[in-house]
Ligand binder design. Structure first.
Ligand SMILES: Cc1cc2nc3c(=O)[nH]c(=O)nc-3n(C[C@H](O)[C@H](O)[C@H](O)COP(=O)(O)O)c2cc1C
Length: 354
């Protein structure tokens, strides 16, 4: 059994995580598999209350279920089985099972982030229907809207532009991102985490500028003279090149709800991969929005807090979700060339428990 579980994890580890931090740890006792969050791995301000990590765990959990089906096993999960241990995300038991493999099995290893500019063409009817049908199969985990009309996309793209701009406005966000950039192939393969610079799809000129932007005093200076507005403009263009901007919202935001949102996000992403569509999360901003709504992020000025609250209201209005909902995930989806590179992973090492 241990070998089969290891095979499942070798595939499932392709799940996405914020800055490719991979905030997980796994234990197995021959019958039961336990999936844990490791809070200190992702100390980003985006990850307040471990919400970004919960989304990543939702994606990993879904991958474990899907990959088990590919190895003739049925994984039976229990979410957060021990309320006294918030780091224990889920436990799984396994049964032999002869039913066909999950329709997303092949997509688990194909799914990846594509940060290229997309081809500005609409989704076909069948692509749109497949994505929406996938979301409605898992409607209990969150609500999805795809915004395809130009005015709606423009409103959302302006908000998404602040996603990238924020990195150069808040030193803590900037420090965390640059700590996780892997500048060479050697560094990428040695650490097997973080963001491989090639996956940012920068031109050689932009890559050079990006390297200089590692130095906060320079960022500070450039921002003062307005030279960094270009970052927001580029992010807006990139967002507008998508066929659709996706919005996932929740009507409740307990920690289990973030796990379910991650499961929904993963299913939609896998469906996009199955349809050979390109996909990128642009969702750091939604985690800052939670902080603005709850007044829990001290580095936000009153002006920034109000602006984030207003953007949150605007998103809900644009997609027609109830005003009490929380926007948790934003992404773009569309048609484009293959990404230049894809992120690598650390293998998951199974620890035994008795
Ligand atoms: C909660 C969460 C938030 C993320 N936010 C962003 C984002 O704002 N922008 C982005 O380009 N990628 C974002 N990502 C994608 C990760 O950077 C990506 O999944 C990781 O680097 C691994 O790459 P892969 O998706 O190609 O496997 C996010 C992922 C997660 C799980």
């Amino acid at each position: 059994m241990k070998n089969r579980i290891q095979q499942i994890l070798d595939l499932a580890v392709r799940a996405p995580s914020g800055d490719n931090c991979q905030p997980w740890r796994v234990e197995f006792n021959g019958e039961e598999l336990r999936l844990f969050n490791v809070p200190e791995i992702d100390s980003s301000e985006f990850n307040r209350y471990q919400r970004a990590s919960m989304v990543a765990h939702g994606a990993l959990l879904e991958n474990i279920l899907i990959c088990s089906s590919g190895l003739n096993l049925k994984a039976i999960p229990t979410l957060q089985p021990n309320p006294a241990d918030p780091d224990l995300i889920a436990s799984f038991r396994f049964e032999d099972c002869a039913s066909p493999q999950d329709a997303h099995f092949e997509a688990v290893s194909k799914r990846c982030t594509n940060r290229k500019t997309y081809q500005k063409i609409s989704l076909t009817c069948s692509e749109r229907e497949a994505l929406l049908a996938c979301a409605s199969r898992h409607a209990g985990w969150g609500t999805l809207n795809l915004v395809e009309n130009e005015p709606g996309k423009t409103t959302l793209a302006k908000i998404l532009a602040t996603n990238d701009q924020g990195i150069f406005e808040h030193q803590l966000l900037h420090r965390f991102l640059f700590k996780h950039i892997r500048w060479t192939e050697e560094e990428t393969l040695r650490t097997r985490d973080g963001i491989d610079i090639r996956t940012l799809e920068l031109s050689s000129m932009d890559r050079l500028s990006f390297r200089l932007l590692k130095f906060w005093p320079l960022v500070y200076l450039l921002r003062k003279v307005g030279a960094l507005n270009i970052v927001g403009l580029k992010a807006k263009q990139v967002a507008l090149s998508a066929s659709a901007i996706g919005v996932i919202s929740l009507d409740n935001t307990e920690s289990a709800d973030w796990i379910q949102a991650g499961r929904l996000m993963q299913r939609i992403w896998l469906e996009a991969a199955r349809l050979r569509l390109s996909f990128q999360l642009m969702t750091g901003i939604t985690f800052l929005m939670q902080g603005a709504l709850e007044n829990s992020i001290s580095f936000l000025s009153e002006h920034q807090r109000k602006a984030l609250q207003k953007s949150h209201e605007q998103i809900l209005r644009t997609v027609g979700h109830p005003p009490g909902n929380r926007v948790v995930i934003l992404f773009r989806v569309g048609h484009s060339a293959e990404p230049t590179a894809t992120a690598v992973r650390k293998p998951i090492v199974l620890k035994e428990f008795s």
